[in-house]
Design a protein around this ligand. Structure first.
Ligand code: UD1
Length: 419
C-alpha cells in the first residue's frame, strides 16, 4: 500500500513552478470532442484523472498522443462509439463533461453516472436541466444516462446554482447549437474562462465568460487549435499554505496572481506576507498566525478546494477560527484526521470551529479525498515527528510530483510502499 511519509519540516524555502490546472485541462480535453480537426494542448498536468479521461477519449475512438512532457494532441475525427465505458466513467466525475460535446456533435450520448471524491452527493440535475433547455430528451436507467437531440437549439437558461461542471457542459453543447444561448447565474471560475478561451480559439462565439451571464452564438462547426492551459490555482494555494505553515519563504513561478486573490487575502489576514509579481508569487511567514473566519463560496469567493488546507493552517493559529462550507455538504472529513494529529476541531453541520493549538503531532492518518490529502500533508510538515498518510491515490489525482516539489523546497517527504 502506497503512503506519503512526511517529517516535521524546517521552514520551506526556494522556488518551484506550478503545473497546469487539472480542473481546466479536464473540460478542455472533453471539448476536443467538438471538432473533427486535431487539437494540441500544452501545459497539461501529469495526473491520474487526466490519464483516465484520455483513456475514455481513446475508447470513444479519439487518437490521443502525448507529444512528450506536458503536451497532448487529440484527434476526434474518428469517434464512432457514443457510449462511455462504465468502469472508466465511474472513476472520475469529470467524465460527465463528455456529455455536452458528444450530444452537440453527434445528437446522442450514453454514459454511466460519474464518480469522484466522496465529498457530497454530487448530483447532475443542473447539467440535465441545461441539456433539456437546449432541446435534449433525457432517459435514465441501469446506472446510465442517455441524451438525444438531432439538433440542439439555443435557449436562455438560469442555473439554480452556479455549478462549475454544469456551466462547462452546457457552454460546450451551446457552441454547436442553432441560435443564441444565454447562460444566467453561470459559474465564473477561471477554469470556465479558460474553457471559453479554448472554444473561441476553435471558432466558437462566446462572450461574458468570467461573469454570471454567458452568451453563446452557435456556429456550424469548430476547427482545430493550439492552446496552453492556465496554471493550477489550487496547487499554488496549497504550496502557499505549505510555506506559511512552516514559516518559510517560497516563490511560486508560473502563476496567475488574480486567480489567487481570495486565498492571498486570507493568508495575509492570518499574518503572512505575500508579494505578487507578473507571473510569480512569494510567501514569507515568520510569526504565529491569527485566527480567521472563512466561508467557501463560488469564485471570486474563497474556494472550497482550499478549505481543507486552510483548516490545517488554522489548526496551528492563535485563537479560534470558524470555517463555513457552503458548496459541498460533506467536506469536513479531514477534520477527524487532523484531530488525530492534535488539532482541536468541532464540526456542527456545515461549520467547523477550530481552536488553534501550539503543537501538532505526527500520526498515521488517512486521506479521504483529494484536498483532504493535501491538508494532512501540510499538517504533517508542521507536526512533531513523522506523519504517514494512506489513501494517497486521492492526492495524486490533483498534485503533480507533490513529494518532489516539497523536497525541492527542503521538506522531508516521500511516497513509500508498505506491504
Ligand atoms: C468542480 C471542481 C471541483 C470544485 C467544484 C466547486 C472540476 C473537475 N472539479 O466540481 O474541484 O470543488 O467545482 O468549485 O472542475 N450541484 C448540483 N447539481 C448539479 C451540479 C452540481 O446540485 O447538477 C451541486 C454540487 O452537489 C455541489 C455544488 O453544486 O454541492 C457545486 O458543484 P459544481 O460546481 O458542479 O462542482 P463540480 O463541477 O463537480
Amino acid at each position: 500500500m502506497k503512503q506519503l511519509l512526511i517529517r516535521h519540516s524546517s521552514p520551506l524555502c526556494g522556488e518551484i513552478c506550478i503545473s497546469g490546472s487539472k480542473n481546466a485541462a479536464l473540460p478542455i480535453l472533453a471539448a476536443s470532442l467538438l471538432s473533427t480537426e486535431p487539437v494540441r494542448i500544452a501545459n497539461i498536468p501529469n495526473l491520474s484523472d487526466i490519464k483516465i479521461l484520455c483513456e475514455i477519449l481513446t475508447c470513444l475512438g479519439c487518437t490521443v498522443n502525448t507529444k512528450g512532457g506536458h503536451v497532448l494532441s487529440v484527434d476526434a475525427s474518428q469517434v464512432k462509439n457514443l457510449i462511455a465505458p462504465y468502469d472508466l466513467a465511474g472513476k472520475i466525475r469529470a467524465s460527465f463533461l463528455i456529455m455536452g460535446p458528444l450530444l452537440a456533435r453527434f445528437g446522442k450520448v450514453r454514459m454511466a453516472l460519474p464518480g469522484g471524491c466522496p465529498i457530497g452527493s454530487r448530483p447532475v440535475n443542473l447539467h440535465l436541466k441545461g441539456f433539456a433547455a437546449l432541446g435534449a430528451e433525457i432517459s435514465q436507467g441501469y446506472g446510465y444516462i442517455e441524451l438525444r437531440a438531432p439538433r440542439l437549439t439555443g435557449a436562455r437558461l438560469y442555473f439554480d446554482f452556479p455549478s462549475v461542471g454544469a456551466t462547462e457542459n452546457i457552454l460546450m453543447a451551446a457552441t454547436l447549437a442553432d441560435g443564441v444561448s444565454i447562460l444566467e447565474n453561470a459559474a465564473a471560475e477561471p477554469e470556465i474562462v479558460d474553457l471559453a478561451n479554448f472554444l473561441c480559439s476553435m471558432g466558437a462565439s462566446i462572450s461574458g465568460a468570467g461573469t454570471d451571464t454567458i452568451r453563446v452564438q452557435g456556429v456550424p462547426y469548430l476547427c482545430g487549435t493550439d492552446y496552453t492551459i492556465i496554471p493550477d490555482r489550487i496547487e499554488a494555494g496549497s504550496f502557499m499554505i505549505a510555506t506559511a505553515i512552516t514559516r518559510g519563504d517560497v516563490t511560486l513561478r508560473g502563476v496567475i496572481c488574480d486567480h489567487l486573490k481570495p486565498v492571498t487575502a486570507k493568508i495575509q489576514e492570518a499574518g503572512a506576507k505575500v508579494f505578487t509579481n507578473d507571473e510569480s508569487i512569494r510567501v514569507c511567514a515568520d510569526s504565529p498566525f491569527h485566527s480567521l473566519d472563512i466561508k467557501t463560496l463560488p469564485f471570486p469567493g474563497f474556494p472550497t478546494d482550499m478549505q481543507a488546507q486552510m483548516m490545517a493552517l488554522l489548526s496551528t493559529a492563535n485563537g479560534t477560527s470558524i470555517i463555513t462550507e457552503t458548496i459541498f455538504e460533506n467536506r469536513f472529513m479531514h477534520a477527524a484526521e487532523l484531530t488525530r494529529m492534535g488539532a482541536d476541531i468541532q464540526i456542527e453541520g456545515r461549520t467547523a470551529v477550530i481552536k488553534g493549538t501550539k503543537r501538532l503531532t505526527g500520526s498515521r492518518v488517512c486521506a479521504t479525498d483529494l484536498r483532504a490529502g493535501a491538508s494532512l500533508a501540510l499538517a504533517g510538515l508542521a507536526a512533531d515527528g513523522y506523519t504517514t498518510i494512506s489513501g494517497i491515490h486521492h492526492l495524486v489525482r490533483g498534485y503533480e510530483n507533490f513529494d518532489q516539489k516539497l523536497r525541492t523546497l527542503g521538506a522531508d517527504a516521500e511516497f513509500i510502499t508498505l506491504s
